[in-house]
Design a protein around this ligand. Structure first.
Ligand SMILES: [Zn+2]
Length: 76
């Protein structure tokens, strides 16, 4: 059986927002404050920690994982 090249490829399925960061890199990133898992925010310009909720800015696709730069979640 002859294999034909799959020109369709994979569709640009943006299931998960990664802020332009490699998903593999995003997977190994951890919150410097609590070592919690990091997720990209919906605005795609910050990462947030799933554990403590700190928000870290992302500049030009580079996450700034500095505790002093992080914003704490406002409690309501
Ligand atoms: Zn954290």
């Amino acid at each position: 059986m002859k294999k034909t090249p799959d020109t369709a490829g994979k569709s640009a399925n943006s299931q998960s927002v990664t802020c332009g960061i490699d998903k593999e890199l995003l997977d190994i990133l951890a919150c410097p404050a609590c070592r919690g898992d990091m997720k990209c925010g919906s605005a795609a310009d910050f990462l947030y920690c799933l554990s403590c909720g700190r928000r870290y800015p992302v500049e030009n696709g580079i996450p700034i994982l500095i505790i002093e730069k992080a914003k704490l979640p406002s409690k309501g």
